[in-house]
Ligand binder design. Structure first.
Ligand SMILES: [Zn+2]
Length: 526
């Protein structure tokens, strides 16, 4: 038996100005891909373990993963996918792909759908199993061109390997003639905020619990994908995929039921924010209250793990305007400022413009850098080893890194974008995040559970209030709707559809780009 096993992962934020060339994937090819994937807790790692167990030969054309960022360069997508399709075309008994589900290129809305269609075309009849990220935006094309799709059931994602093992096991049973998987898919027109995709709370928890229950009751696999709404594509929405053994009606009924349940709880997938000035007031109150440790300010809107530039200065601007002091900030990516400060040297007193250097053209947002006066406190090569708990032991390289001290704030400035996933982002330049009064992280909320935020005052965190920016969606999600319910069959009354589309547009604006200190108003008010 011969399996083709490959990994192509990218969560595309089509509004992000951060480019995604081939180098962003740091792709490993052929034998290098096998070595890169083996032993990892990824879906591809699980596929390789399964192949070992079954004694199957493997062909591993590519192992490619990139940080979330803007649309993938077409040439990079072409090169990686050609490599996978060519490997399949050489002949195999099964295909196992570790994909994300939200890959958009400069000219394609549905990166995974096109790849799967090409794979099927060169190997008709060969079983295809796919593992997807929980944030995948599923399409008809993906469902039609795969036999098995299983997504993660956790966010933060701690079951990548398990999702791969699940998909792989179903494929193995299919090859052995034990089961005949049939998939059903539902996609209510429900765009969700990434801060509402945690699987340990709210509506998403309920949906995933329902999926697990259905598996307990005999479905082969049930996945709830929360979708990734920062994509201006026809349907960046929540999906449910149910797989039954030969019983299409059973799969359809399960997908329908869980999708309806999620739709019923749709308000819970919205995130309500407050004005930034209010957040700063709350932060000051917390700092003067009981307890010790820094108050955590999470600039989740400029989170590089959703395509943020990590150079937005509006939260720091508001914090300084709000009178906060002893703020540790970062990492802020500004290679120009780093070069200037490195040249000035440790101890130098400098006035310079920092951040806001990458305009968000697709959102019509462009702001002036924050001009700050301060002292170069420390310099480093920006390299550190992650102490964990996530990515433990992995080396990180932020490029040259500088601590710039303005008195009220100490900024950790880097040459490269780096998520503050570990205390090392500060420790490598001699800063201890636990000692600051305020810790301003460019992060999404869940990273607050990592070591970096240990000992923060109030476990409730201090998510920053961000005003929605207005975006006219390029294409509103289509609603295959019955009257009164967007999941039903038949035609929807025009007015009803208009109301839902309008509401969706509000979701789009509310959810689209949280780094939205823009003073713009909603184009479509609630
Ligand atoms: Zn994800």
């Amino acid at each position: 038996m011969r399996f083709v096993i490959a990994r192509l992962n990218h969560e595309t934020n089509t509004f992000s100005p951060v480019p995604t060339p081939l180098e962003a994937f740091e792709p490993h090819w052929g034998q290098g891909a096998l070595e890169a994937a083996r032993g990892t807790r990824t879906a591809m790692g699980a596929f390789l373990d399964l192949a070992d167990e079954l004694g199957a030969q493997v062909s591993t054309p590519v192992f490619a993963w990139a940080n979330p960022s803007g649309p993938v360069d077409d040439a990079a997508y072409q090169q990686i996918t050609d490599c996978i399709v060519d490997a399949v075309a050489r002949g195999c008994d099964a295909v196992l792909l570790d994909l994300h589900g939200a890959l958009v290129t400069v000219t394609r809305d549905d990166g995974e759908g096109e790849l799967l269609e090409r794979v099927r075309a060169v190997a008709p009849g060969v079983p295809i199993a796919v593992a997807l990220d929980l944030h995948g935006n599923v399409t008809q094309r993906m469902v039609e061109n795969a036999d098995i799709i299983v997504s993660f059931k956790t966010y933060p994602h701690v079951d990548m390997y398990e999702a791969g093992a699940h998909a792989g096991l179903l494929l193995a049973r299919m090859l052995a003639g034990e089961i005949r998987p049939v998939m059903a898919w539902r996609r209510p027109p429900l765009m969700t905020h990434t801060l509402r995709s945690a699987t340990d709370q709210g509506a998403m928890r309920h949906a995933v619990e329902a999926a697990r229950d259905a598996e307990q009751e005999g479905l082969l696999g049930v996945s709830v994908l929360v979708g990734f709404s920062l994509a201006d594509i026809p349907a960046p929405c929540l999906s449910v995929i149910a797989i039954a053994d030969g019983d299409r009606a059973k799969a359809e009924a399960c997908a329908e039921r869980i999708a309806r349940q999620a739709w019923g709880e749709r308000r819970n997938f919205c995130y309500q924010s407050e004005p930034l000035a209010d957040s700063m007031r709350r932060a000051r109150e917390q700092a003067s209250g009981p307890g010790s440790g820094p108050v955590l300010l999470l600039d989740h809107g400029d989170n590089c793990m959703s395509g943020g530039t990590c150079d937005d200065m509006e939260v720091l601007r508001a914090a300084l305007a709000g009178g906060l002091e002893d703020i540790l900030v970062g990492p802020v990516c500004d290679p120009q400022a780093v070069a200037e400060l490195v040249a000035a040297g440790r101890g130098a007193h400098v006035v310079l413009p920092i951040g806001n250097k990458r305009a968000l053209d697709k959102l019509g947002i462009s702001r002036a850098p924050l001009v700050l006066e301060g002292t170069v406190r420390n310099l480093s090569d920006g390299r550190f080893i992650v102490t964990g708990p996530t990515y433990t032991g992995q080396p990180m390289d932020m490029g040259r890194t500088v601590v710039f001290d303005t008195g009220a704030a100490r900024l950790v400035l880097t040459e490269r974008i780096q998520e503050p996933l570990d205390v090392g982002v500060f420790a490598c330049v001699g800063e201890d995040p636990g000692q600051a009064s305020y810790l301003l992280l460019k992060s999404r909320m869940y990273r607050a559970d990592g070591t970096i935020a240990r000992g923060v005052r109030r476990p409730g965190r201090n998510l920053l209030g961000l005003q929605p920016v207005s975006i006219q969606p390029r294409a509103a999600p289509r609603i295959p709707a019955g009257r009164g319910h967007p999941l039903g069959s038949g035609m929807m009354h025009a007015t009803e559809q208009a109301i839902i589309v309008r509401r969706l547009a509000v979701f789009v604006v509310a959810l689209s780009w949280s780094r939205s200190r823009a003073r713009t108003r909603l184009a479509l008010g609630p």
